[in-house]
Write a protein that binds this ligand. Structure first.
Ligand SMILES: [Zn+2]
Length: 223
């Protein structure tokens, strides 16, 4: 165990030295300020490393992650991150990112009990229930990925509905909310076209994005 952890320290030393060699003064510059333009709200899944997959360095991406990238109106943790990102860091984009093969989404879809997280995943089940009639038409093998996309769109709408985002738009601050999904199988991001830059656009953007999800998962032709 100790050997394993030692490896992490060795990796860290190498990373710090390589980074400094590539960009002399990198860490002393970061010490003075962080100025990320983006807030990433993603899943805690270890296969979705936020900075790495968009090629951003420390200081360039503000990150919040939880199981199944859920944005709950009473979650002080997530709301605090959003508030700090908007009011203090003045990020210009908030991106909710789901991913294919999400264990949290699969558990929500299939009523799997995993433990305390069941209560958290309940929020994803609310999304499932809201779209149950349509989800039932989707090929069973693709249902989890369809729910993953619906969940991202719903959570992005939740971001738009926070008082923090609404206040920012009200005072004319430039801020765009996005919904993306990451493919575990190919490492690629996909824009779900839920792009909202003012409150009045949220409803239409949501409807458009939901319609686009539905068109990607057509009902199988009758046998
Ligand atoms: Zn996940």
């Amino acid at each position: 165990m100790t050997t394993q952890l030692q490896e992490l320290f060795e990796n860290n030393l190498r990373w710090a030295e390589d980074t400094e060699a590539r960009e002399p003064g990198f860490f002393s510059r970061l010490l003075k300020q962080q100025a990320p333009q983006y807030l990433w709200i993603g899943c805690a899944d270890s296969r979705v490393p936020a900075n790495e997959l968009v090629g951003l360095m420390p200081g360039e991406l503000f990150v919040h992650r939880n199981v199944a990238n859920v944005v709950v109106h009473s979650d002080l943790n997530c709301l605090s991150v959003i508030q700090f990102a908007i009011d203090m860091l003045k990020v210009q984009h908030i991106i909710v990112v789901g991913h294919s093969g999400c264990g949290g989404v699969a558990a929500a879809l299939n009523d799997l009990r995993v433990g305390l997280a069941d209560n958290w995943i309940r929020h994803v089940q609310d999304v499932r229930n809201r779209h149950q009639a349509w989800l039932d038409t989707v090929e069973p093998a693709r249902r989890a990925d369809a729910l993953c996309e619906l969940n991202v769109v719903e959570q992005a709408l939740n971001v738009c509905q926070t008082t923090i985002v609404q206040d920012a738009w009200q005072r004319g601050q430039e801020l765009v909310v996005h919904a993306w999904v990451y493919g575990l199988h190919n490492g690629l991001l996909q824009d779900l076209e839920m792009t909202v830059s003012r409150l009045d656009d949220a409803g239409v953007a949501y409807e458009t994005a939901i319609a686009a999800v539905r068109s990607r998962y057509p009902a199988p032709a009758p046998a």
